[in-house]
Design a protein. Structure first.
Ligand code: UD1
Length: 430
């Protein structure tokens, strides 16, 4: 199994190309099931989660082709992928496929809307809390679906004439349930109004693509989304938006290691709150014409408190990385996680590098230390694993991160992107 070896101490200098967002690519790919026409997505990142979803969509009858000639974009390869689901050959998403990635549960929306039924295994995914599916079930029920859970599967059936537009207000903000209800409502009879909807940029990107396919969605990016159902959707061509989590991760890596790096093909407006926290920690951040420049020269890292929140708040997917940065701050910071329980598995691994962190409920108190020392550590989930890489960049000596398949789910060519900026990071295959 591959491991990542980091020798800390080098500053980062250069350009890092930012990939298309995993969390946008996944729902966009799933949206292709809503039409018998071809959906073409540009800037699709090459990640284990994307490959897994390609297998899942293939199981439902999607014909998928990846552009043989990869489009060169800086040093990253942004792929163009074509999805055509002429016929849905199966409305069942089996446990063996869904258990590997939670987002694959989201096929329930398009399958139900287009075929009138879906049988989808309850999901797996990162071990960061219980992550139930009650909001999906309540929301789809509000559109007229009958739902029962049987043998680990969610069986959903639409009324004879198809789903019916309705009103649903989420009791809690959920990105995935917003994606699913928005997709399902595009083909419902009548108008759907979703209240307390997720405002994440990936929701806006999905709405933009669905509208290009002929859907009538408005209000995306606010907490009330209105979807007027249409009879059918057509194909479209859409470019996946930049990955704000990858952007924030590399910004924190530069803030940690020091240096001067341009993050290319990304937008600061996708992550204002996180960039503000990094700025307060002592890095200088400015816009370039195609991205963001981040500099930390000489100055130490200042302690900053953060609380994770739905967009536009500080993203939970950057919490672990920010904690990595705070381990070297000059004082005490508090990091509070409000989205997921049990999303602190990186704490004990960071401690192996010499970090001083104590947990009380959902808040971590991080007492900055003047030096971290490399050690063998274990990746526990996707975002936690990259916080160990960030810490490793500033640790003395060698840090060896095992279980890097977590990283491969969400970070495209991480070691290459960091190495090109002068970091000492390599993949070791046993
Ligand atoms: C998505 C992102 C993930 C990110 C998360 C929060 C993708 C592929 N994944 O995950 O990276 O960390 O948003 O920004 O886009 N919940 C319920 N019942 C439900 C659904 C969710 O209680 O039916 C809870 C969850 O347990 C969690 C909270 O709602 O506590 C938010 O989860 P949600 O926004 O749904 O996360 P995902 O869409 O799975």
């Amino acid at each position: 199994m591959d491991r990542i070896r980091i020798v800390g101490g080098n500053e980062l200098h250069g350009v890092i190309p930012i990939s298309g967002a995993k969390n946008a690519a996944l729902p966009l790919m799933i949206a292709s099931l809503l039409t018998d026409d071809t959906l073409t997505l540009e800037n699709v990142p090459h990640l284990a989660d994307v490959e897994q979803l390609i297998r899942i969509l293939g199981n439902h009858g999607a014909d998928i082709s990846v552009n043989g000639r990869r489009e060169r974009q800086g040093e990253s390869y942004a792929r163009t992928v074509h999805f055509t689901s002429r016929n849905i050959v199966s409305t069942t998403a089996p446990y063996e496929l869904v258990s590997k990635m939670r987002a694959s549960f989201w096929v329930i929306g398009p399958l139900l809307a287009r075929e009138g039924r879906a049988r989808v295994s309850l999901p797996g995914g990162c071990a960061i809390g219980t992550r139930p599916v009650d909001l999906f079930i309540e929301g789809l029920t509000a559109l007229g679906a009958s739902i029962e859970i049987d043998g680990g599967y969610v069986n959903a059936t639409a009324p004879a004439g198809g789903l019916i537009g309705g009103r649903y207000t989420f009791p809690k903000v959920s990105v995935g349930a917003t994606h699913v209800l928005m997709m399902a409502a595009t083909l419902a009879n009548g108008t759907t109004v979703l209240g307390n909807a997720a405002r994440e940029p990936e929701v806006v990107d999905l709405a933009k693509c669905l509208n290009a396919m002929g859907a009538k969605i408005s209000g995306q990016g606010t907490s009330t989304i209105t979807i007027e159902g249409v009879r059918s959707l057509s194909g479209a061509r859409h470019r996946v938006l930049p990955d704000r989590i990858e952007t924030g991760t590399y910004a924190m890596a530069v803030a940690m290691a020091g240096g001067d790096v341009i993050l290319e093909d990304t937008e600061a407006s996708l992550l204002d709150t996180a960039l503000e926290a990094i700025r307060r920690a002592g890095a200088e951040i400015s816009d370039t014409n195609n991205g963001i420049r981040i500099v930390r020269n000489g100055a130490g890292i200042r302690p900053v408190d953060i609380v994770t929140d739905p967009f536009p708040g500080f993203p939970t997917d950057l919490q672990a990385q920010f904690m990595g940065l705070m381990t070297r701050s000059s004082g005490v910071s508090h990091i509070t996680e409000t989205i997921f329980e049990n999303r602190f598995m990186h704490v004990q691994e960071l401690a192996r590098l010499g970090a001083k962190i104590s947990l009380t409920g959902q808040t971590a108190k991080v007492e900055g230390v003047s030096r971290l020392k490399g050690a063998p550590v274990m990746a526990t989930d996707l975002r936690a694993s990259v916080s160990l890489v960030i810490a490793g960049l500033a640790a003395e000596g060698e840090t060896m991160v095992s279980r890097v398949y977590h990283l491969d789910r969400g970070f495209e060519r991480l070691e290459e992107k960091l190495t090109r900026c002068g970091a000492h990071v390599e993949r070791v295959s046993d």
